[in-house]
Write a protein that binds this ligand. Structure first.
Ligand SMILES: [Zn+2]
Length: 82
């Protein structure tokens, strides 16, 4: 094995983050812009465009979002971390 000779392409400054669809819970890996907004686009499963970073979505928040989603079909972009 000569792994030391090869530099993995993934070791760039652009990190990837896993996000979760707020509607159906599907996972998606997107590039993390750092300070900017994540733009995963539409969910390939349900077409929804609301996402949350994996791990930030608690069961409580999940429920609240589900209720809100049922009330008003407003699209919520992912907000950057404070
Ligand atoms: Zn979805």
């Amino acid at each position: 094995m000569s792994e030391g000779l090869i530099t993995p392409i993934v070791s760039t400054s652009m990190a990837r983050v896993t996000v979760e669809c707020l509607a159906c819970g599907a996972d998606r890996s997107v590039e993390d812009p750092g300070r900017g907004r994540l733009e995963p686009g539409e969910c390939i499963r349900c077409g929804y465009v609301g996402w949350a970073r994996r791990g930030e979505l608690t069961e409580t928040l999940r429920r609240a979002l589900r209720d809100r989603t049922a009330e008003s079909r407003r699209l919520r972009p992912i907000e950057p971390l404070p």
